[in-house]
Structure formats: C-alpha cells, structure tokens
Design a protein around this ligand. Structure first.
Ligand code: HEM
Length: 511
C-alpha cells in the first residue's frame, strides 16, 4: 500500500516536473511577465475557470476584465496562452491590423460544420471569397429585402396575436423561425416557410451544433480529438451534421435544377444586374469560373445559415425583452414610428429606416448590453505590439472580449443600466468608434451588419406598431444571460403582448 502511494507521488512529481520543464522551454511563457493573470496551475493552466455553468461563465469573464481594470490580461488554457483585450485602444490596433486577419485555433472546432466558409477561412482563400460575396450584401441592394422582412414580420405578428392580452409566454421560438425565414428568403432565395411549418429538425440541429462547439472549446478533454471522438458530444455532432449537410445538398441540388430553367446566366448580365443576384445563386453561377466545388458552396451556405441566423435571433430576443422591460423606451419608439409612418401600415423604404433614429439607438444599446458575439479571437503569427508597447509573442491567441469592452464604465458609465441615450448623436460623437464594435470592425468585420440592422428595424416597426409589450414581475420570467457560441437566455424571452388596436382612436391620441 505504502509502495503504491510512493509510486503515485513519484508519478505525480514527474508529471508536474515535466509540465514545468515544458513550460520553461515555451518561448510564449514570456507573457507571464508582460501581462497580469491568475496563477497558472500546472498542466491545466487556468482552464478550471470554465468549470462552471454557462450562466456563471459569462460573469467570470466580465469580472476578470473588471478586476484587471479593463487592461490586457493573460490566461493559459492547457498549453495555449491567451491575451484578453477589453479596452478600445488595443481593440482598434488589433482590428485595424492587416497582420491579424487569421482566426484563432479554436475556430477549428467549427470546421466539421462550416469547413472553410467565410467565417473560418484564412489568407488568400478568405480574401478571394470575401471579394466574391461582398456584392450580395452591398447596402445598395439591401432594399430588395425590405418587403421580405415586412411580410415575414406580418406572420410573426399573427403568431403574437394568439397571445394577445394573455399571460407571459416565451417568444424565442417564434423569433427563431422569423429570422430563419428572413435569411432563407432574402439571402438564399429559399422559401422554407419556417414560421408556418416550424422547421424544428434543422433549427434544433443548428442550435445543438452551437452547444457542441462551445463544449469542445471549454471542456478540457473534448479539446483532444481522440477523446472527443469517443464522447457523446461527437455522436451529437454526427447526428446534427447529417441533418444540416443533408439539407444543404438538397438545397443546392434543387437550386441548380431551378436555375437551369429560370435564371439568366450571370455572364450575360450587366454589372448592376449581377449585384441583384441572391447570395446562393451568385455562388452557383460563379462556380465554374472560380473553381468552387459543391462542397465549397455547402460550406458558405452553412456559414451564412449560422452567422446570419443565431446572431439576429439572439439580438432580436434581447431587443424585444428590453422594449418590454422599459415601457418608457418602448413608448418613445412608438412615438417615432407614428411620426414616420402615421397610421399607415406600409412597408418601410430606405429613408424611413434612416429616420428610425431612436429605434437605432435602442438596437445599439441592446447590442451593447447583450453583445451576442461575446468575443472574437485572432492567432498571432508574428510578434504583435499592443498600444502600451506590450508585445504579444507569436503563437499566442488574442481574444477581444467585446462584451467586456462594452461594459467599461469609463466609456459607458453605469454599464449595467439599459440607456439608449448613450447612442444619441451628441454622446456618440465623443466616443471612439472602436469602443462599440458588436459587429467587429476592420476588414474582417461582419458582412451582414446592414442586413441585420434593417431586419431588426423592420421587425421592431411591425411589433411595436401593433402591440404593447411588457414583462412579468416574477423573477423566473427575467432573462438570464448565458454564454455560448452566441449569448442567449437560459429561460427564453418571456413577455406579454397587448394589441394597441383594441383602444379607441381618441384614447390612442391621448397617450
Ligand atoms: C445582430 C446580428 C449580428 C451580429 C451581432 C454579428 C456579429 C458578427 C461579428 C462580431 C463578426 C466577426 C466574427 C469574428 O471575427 O469571429 C461577424 C462576422 C460575420 N458575420 Fe455577422 N453578425 C450579425 C449578423 C449577421 C448576418 C445577418 C449575416 C449574414 C446574412 C452575418 C454574416 C457574417 C459573416 C459571413 C461573417 C464572417 C465575415 C468574415 O470573416 O469575412 N452576420 N459577425
């Protein structure tokens, strides 16, 4: 017995010794002297901070940034060192740099799903694809989607009507279907009618893939491919990918068939006509010219299904909740809508959306307080100097903690308070543009930013014009933010709706 104990102690000492030796040899360990950070435990580093619920983990990162006074700090996750940034000077330096365009290693966990789509690709492939895809999201063509967002918003409101005057309910699933319809109809020209026939298998598979990726990044043993392959998470991934990729193959096949008969060939079009081609058709039309395989197209399709769906769903959820939680803000939005549209129910045009200035402030404040892409990460391929001459050595990953950046009290006083006036033109003017980057910034910024802003404005117009939103007083009905591939609420988005139409016109005028 004693012998076994001694053997265990020796093995333990050897493992720790080996870890110290490897760490000592690792040139990246210089970050321990440059940046503050919690004590690095041998072997696991600081990875144990992730051993908590997703709700708690969201707070852990915010609290860490706060405890380091929003200055850069470092963490080790197993053998990988990370430098975390939550100040706008460094955010600006990093996002403006052409040397930091490649994503961090952790994005490899997206690859079984998204392959080398626009979000995950690197170097020349990313540059070429971004150039090809950009015209499909150019602001000059986005007005073609307004009617789609408007019509889908109408169906969404019909769903809400079923809860008119009733008790609190979870609106999240309706939002998921709405944004899926918006994305598929507008960007992909696919009429899947998710709102009418809830597309649950696909949506569930996309949701579960988010959980798979989150678990792979933050569960120690799942970071090792060999261990992952043996896990139930791998089985879940396989099941989800069968559904998602099976759906893609079907979409691409059907679209190709349709295009043979209906679509004029891109080569025979004038330039401005080319810009009107939906994103998916654009890729299919250019397939031969740029040498895309069906697999390349599938990867881009999945990338847009993921990047353009979950993000808008989450933000719209928090936006609707914030409007319901703050009746004064909601009332100001409603007044603005009355000023722009009067009693008319018409589809908004470009100038209407530009006039929705207060609504835009509310959306921005939602994106600040509920930054759904909580962090973006880059791999340092060559030593990179931060703003105070601190050098991040090659091989370290830089994580921009957007959610912490947006809660820096020096930039956003009382950061936990929801206050759309922070984004009034006067206040905006005094703030550096890199202090608020929910869509990231620089060359690898979000390609769908304008698409998302228009979609959210039109949805707010549809809902607030028709309903008064409120929340219940019960603590269990409040949102509870939890981290994930995108931020979400553990207990959904629970609101009440009351139709405005029930009021007499005179009462409406009195409001
Ligand atoms: C509220 C909604 C949205 C938010 C907050 C958001 C946020 C972001 C952020 C922060 C990034 C940078 C990610 C990184 O560097 O890791 C990004 C990239 C991207 N987003 Fe969005 N996004 C939204 C909506 C959309 C929509 C509607 C689409 C498409 C229709 C879209 C497509 C993409 C793509 C393809 C990329 C990768 C761009 C590249 O690397 O070149 N996003 N988004």
């Amino acid at each position: 017995m004693l012998g076994l104990l001694i053997l265990l102690v020796i093995i333990f000492a050897l493992v720790i010794g080996l870890d110290y030796y490897n760490h000592y040899k690792d040139p990246r360990r210089i970050i321990d002297r440059i940046f503050p950070g919690p004590f690095r435990i041998p072997i696991v580093g600081n990875a144990l901070i992730a051993a908590c619920s997703r709700e708690a983990f969201y707070r852990v990162y915010l609290n860490l940034s706060k405890s380091y006074d929003y200055k850069p700090f470092r963490l080790w996750f197993l053998k990988q060192p990370y430098v975390f940034i939550s100040d706008y000077e460094n955010t600006k330096k990093i996002l403006s740099s052409n040397d930091l365009l490649d994503k961090a290693e952790d994005y490899r966990y997206f690859e079984p799903w998204l392959g080398q789509g626009l979000l995950t690709s690197k170097g020349d492939k990313w540059r070429r694809d971004r150039k090809i895809i950009t015209p499909a999201f150019h602001f000059q063509i986005l007005h073609r989607f307004f009617q789609i967002f408007y019509d889908n918003g109408e169906i969404f409101c019909e769903k809400l009507t079923a809860h008119d005057g009733g008790d609190v309910f979870d609106v999240f699933e309706y939002i998921e279907m709405l944004t899926l319809d918006n994305l598929c109809n507008a960007a992909l020209k696919l009429d899947i009618q998710a709102q009418l026939n809830p597309f649950s298998a696909l949506v569930c598979a996309i949701q579960n893939m988010g959980v798979v990726i989150y678990n792979r990044i933050f569960t120690l043993w799942l970071r090792y491919d060999a261990m992952f392959r043996l896990s139930s998470t791998a089985r879940l991934q396989k099941k989800c990918l069968e559904i998602i990729h099976g759906n893609d193959v079907k979409i691409i096949r059907e679209r190709k068939e349709e295009m043979k008969t209906k679509q004029p060939k891109l080569k025979t079009m004038e330039f401005d006509e080319k810009e009107k081609v939906a994103f998916l058709d654009l890729l299919l039309e250019m397939q031969d010219d740029v040498g895309y395989t069906d697999e390349d197209i599938r990867e881009q399709l999945d990338t847009f299904m993921f990047a353009g769906h979950d993000t808008v769903t989450a933000t719209l959820g928090f936006l609707i909740y914030s409007l319901a939680e703050h009746p004064d803000v909601q009332e100001k939005v409603y007044r603005e809508l009355l000023d722009i549209y009067g009693e008319s129910e018409r589809c908004p045009n470009f100038s209407d959306l530009q006039d929705m200035k207060y609504t835009e402030q509310v959306i921005k404040e939602t994106l600040r307080l509920y930054t759904v892409v909580t962090a973006v990460a880059r791999r340092v391929e060559e030593d990179f100097e931060l703003s105070e001459h601190q050098v991040v050595p090659k091989g370290v990953e830089i994580v921009l903690l957007l959610s912490a950046l947006h809660r820096n009290p020096e930039i956003f006083p009382n950061p936990d308070i929801f206050d759309p006036d922070r984004f009034s033109p006067e206040v905006n003017q005094e703030r550096d543009s890199f202090a608020f980057v929910p869509f990231s910034a620089g060359s690898r910024n979000c390609i769908g930013q304008k698409f998302a802003m228009h979609e959210m404005k039109i949805t707010v117009y549809k809902i607030v014009k028709k309903f008064k939103l409120s929340i219940s007083d019960k603590p269990e009905d409040k949102v509870r933010t939890r981290t994930g591939v995108v931020l979400s609420s553990t207990n959904g988005i629970r609101i009440k709706v009351q139709s405005r139409k029930k009021k007499t016109p005179s009462k409406l005028a009195d409001q």
